[in-house]
Design a protein around this ligand. Structure first.
Ligand code: ADP
Ligand code: ZN
Ligand code: ZN
Length: 733
């Protein structure tokens, strides 16, 4: 019998480690925490990570199986990385094995043995530098390559020769043979020419840079609160430059894939360093490579979306999280974590600064700034002479609308186009219209599997459910009364596109939503097209609100914001004000002043008037007071237990049992709200209920959950349902 047991995190929903025996010919010294293994699990093999090694087991040692394979001779993850994963699993009350599985790149977790791919670089050797043109002129192709390499003055990759439309391989080979060209294998991309800005940071930027750099070697969270176009990115660049020059690495987190190429381009132009990118649009190999290079320290900057927050750093120096208010930092299924909150924990563990940048801080972050947990840095003015946009409300009450567009808005669009400037129209829904209705009997296209309406997509002639994905062809007659009097109700991006096309037939119109940008590179093409300039109209959903830089847009119209004024979700007003401010920030970013027109039927709504007359900061201040009075986050802490099943009865049975359990646990300060049906009771054929747990402090809530959740897992009625726990939920759906 061995004298030790391996305690392995395996990708399963069971929240514990699994004990395995070592391989028979191995010694204790062959094993270390953080190594990957494959293990027999049920009838399959699964990959896992050794999280501890113990000298005894609670199980019958004779029944334990040995691992199938030891994948790493030295640990893939170090103690610090493991500690972060363990913290995340315990904070989010999520099975540790799944936490690893869902946050490591697939190729890394599936146990492939990987090494960093090397790049082949070519450069002129010393002796060929002293050659003269005339020495090589007998071989014109070699001469061309020689001139090219000489001009580049730094090692180049082979794709640098792609500009030659002849076979450059054989002349290059001859030059290598002659010792004229050196070939080297490197981890690192060659550094291209670096731009230096033709301006110096303004006083607000400089103050922000100085504050962060003063605590470069200690943990601190900085909230960089700067209006759109105030030069936040410039602050990031300067900070990164300084951190890199001290030999450390920088992790940069963004909410949205489509923003990465734009920002990566800007970074590469300014920073002489090896930068890697990680997001879900890349293939498995690319993601694994980025992960490895950052972990090993050959890449100095990692630019990534949510899951990149887990990438190990060789020499941690700084974390930057841009658009910190953005909901996409929260994973909404499976392992429900907040990349922002994990990033802050990481910075604290690594004792480095973290900068949270935004023009519209979340109420959570403002609260933390008010309580001096975060340091509040502000950039109040737009740079380079750009002024704040004018925001106006268009009262749509009793106005004749032309397919949802008001006269004043149409007139403004026409004037903007006449000046050869660009327009953004913001619509909150993709598709043509959210409802198809029968004029003679009132029939409405409903999803059979969800409590929701089917959205009309005219381009593809489909009725689609945006919740479960069901699609039908659009009927020509009413399924109930057979009359052919079906009409669309409400607006979507496609419908506005159609109306705009009829008003401005000669103007290029681009639609930007999840349908139109599904194709890879589609978003980049849109951005390129817009940056070419000229009169154009962009119609898009909130995808448009995120960080893109469109210098020629001087008019933004918002068409359907009223729903946000009357939502039952207590965060709806915060989201709406962030959205309006962000969308408005797309207008007039350079020397031209921007104008924002908001169509509403409630121009006197206090939320709108506060936001427009006094700005986001005033709205936020007021909203925080209301949250405190209503005992809501960030003043109170929440966790949401979600339950669903095909049969409503199974859900109710489980909830009865859960309440029984709850009645046996000391509640302390924890209050229980519900159970109640989810705002959308039925979705994808499953009935959904929820139970909200809330407490004025974090600790009692988590203690309560630590007792409740394992007991829930043991319930017999739990086998017929699916449940999940969402810590600090940001969406009560
Ligand atoms: P944000 O990230 O806050 O939206 P950016 O950093 O993108 O703002 O800055 C907006 C524009 O202003 C960019 O074109 C940037 O190059 C320029 N800029 C930034 N800082 C300054 C400065 N101090 N002086 C002049 N121009 C600046
Ligand atoms: Zn009908
Ligand atoms: Zn559906």
């Amino acid at each position: 019998m061995p004298k030790f047991y391996l305690n392995v995190a395996v990708d399963t929903p069971l929240n514990r480690l699994f004990d395995y025996l070592p391989l028979s010919d191995n010694h204790r010294s062959d094993y270390a925490l953080g190594q990957r293994v494959t293990v027999p699990f049920g009838r399959t093999l699964k990959s896992g990570i050794i999280l501890s090694i113990s000298s005894n087991t609670e199980l019958n040692a004779k029944q334990l199986k040995p691992i199938a394979e030891l994948l790493d001779s030295s640990p893939l993850l170090c103690a610090k990385d493991i500690a972060l994963y363990k913290w995340a699993a315990s904070y989010y009350h999520h099975p540790i094995g799944e936490v690893f599985a869902q946050s490591l790149p697939k190729k890394i977790r599936s146990g492939k043995l990987l090494s960093v791919e090397l790049t082949t670089l070519y450069s002129l050797s010393k002796n060929s530098l002293s050659l003269k043109e005339s020495d090589i002129k007998r071989s014109p192709r070699q001469a061309t390559l020689w001139r090219h390499l000489k001009e580049m003055s730094q090692p180049v990759e082979s794709d640098s020769f792609a500009l030659f439309d002849w076979d450059w391989r054989s002349p290059l080979k001859s030059m290598v043979k002659k010792g004229w060209v050196n070939v080297s294998q490197e981890h690192i991309q060659p550094v291209t020419n670096i731009d230096t800005p033709d301006f110096t940071p303004n006083p607000a930027q400089q103050a922000a840079i100085d504050s962060v750099m003063q605590s470069a070697d200690t943990y601190n969270t900085f909230l960089l609160d700067g209006v759109t176009g105030s030069g936040k990115t410039e602050v990031y660049l300067q900070l990164i430059q300084q951190v890199l020059s001290s030999g450390k690495q920088v992790l940069v987190l963004l909410p949205e894939i489509t923003l990465t190429p734009q920002l990566a381009g800007r970074f590469k132009k300014r920073l002489a360093s090896h930068l890697v990118i990680s997001h879900s649009g890349l293939n498995d190999t690319q993601r694994a490579q980025a992960w490895l290079q950052f972990k090993q320290g050959s890449a100095q900057i990692l630019l990534g979306t949510r899951s990149a927050v887990f990438t190990p750093m060789q020499k941690p120096g700084l974390i930057i999280l841009d658009e910190e208010h953005d909901a996409s930092f929260k994973q909404q299924e499976g392992f429900r974590y907040s990349a922002r909150d994990i990033a802050i924990t990481r910075a604290r563990n690594d004792n480095i600064p973290i900068v949270l940048g935004t023009a519209t801080p979340s109420l959570e972050s403002l609260y933390n700034a008010q309580h001096e947990r975060f340091k509040h840095l502000t950039l109040p003015e737009r740079t380079a002479g750009a002024s704040h946009p004018d925001i106006h409300l268009i009262d749509c009450k009793n106005q004749q609308l032309d397919n949802h567009l008001s006269k004043p808005l149409l007139t403004s669009i026409a004037k903007t186009l006449a000046r050869n400037e660009q327009v953004i129209l913001f619509v909150n829904r993709r598709g043509f219209a959210p409802v198809l209705m029968c004029h003679s009997c009132g029939w409405v296209g409903q999803c059979r599997r969800c409590d929701s309406r089917l959205v009309i997509h005219k381009k593809s002639n489909l009725l689609k459910c945006h919740h479960c994905g069901v699609e039908h062809t659009v009927p020509t007659t009413c399924p109930d009364c057979q009359q052919a009097e079906l009409f669309p109700l409400g607006l979507g991006t496609e419908r506005i596109e159609e109306t705009i096309n009829s008003h401005f037939p000669n103007i290029p119109v681009t639609r930007i939503d999840r349908d139109s940008t599904r194709r890879k590179d589609a978003m980049q093409e849109v951005i390129d097209q817009v940056q070419k300039g000229g009169a154009q109209i962009l119609i898009g959903t909130q995808m448009l609100a995120k960080g893109h830089h469109f210098p020629n847009v001087t008019l933004v119209g918002m068409l359907d914001i009223d729903a946000g004024l009357f939502s039952c979700d207590f965060r709806a007003s915060e989201r709406m004000c962030q959205l309006i401010t962000q969308v408005a920030g797309r207008a007039g970013r350079e020397e031209k002043t921007g104008r924002v027109l908001i169509q509403t039927h409630h121009p006197d709504h206090p939320l709108l008037t506060t936001l427009i007359q006094k700005g986001y900061a005033s709205f936020a201040k007021q909203a925080l007071i209301e949250r405190q009075q209503a005992q809501l986050p960030p003043y109170h802490y929440q966790a949401l237990l979600r339950v669903n099943a095909m049969h409503e009865k199974a859900v109710l049975e489980f909830l009865d049992d859960t309440q029984q359990l709850i009645s046996q646990i000391q509640l302390g300060d924890v209050s229980i709200l519900g159970p109640v049906p989810a705002p959308m009771l039925k979705r994808a054929g499953r009935f959904r209920y929820q139970l909200l747990l809330q407490a004025p402090q974090r600790k009692p809530l988590h203690q309560f959950l630590s007792t409740l959740l394992p007991a829930i897992g043991q319930l017999k009625s739990a086998r017929k349902i699916r449940w999940s726990i969402d810590i600090d939920p940001i969406d009560l759906y």
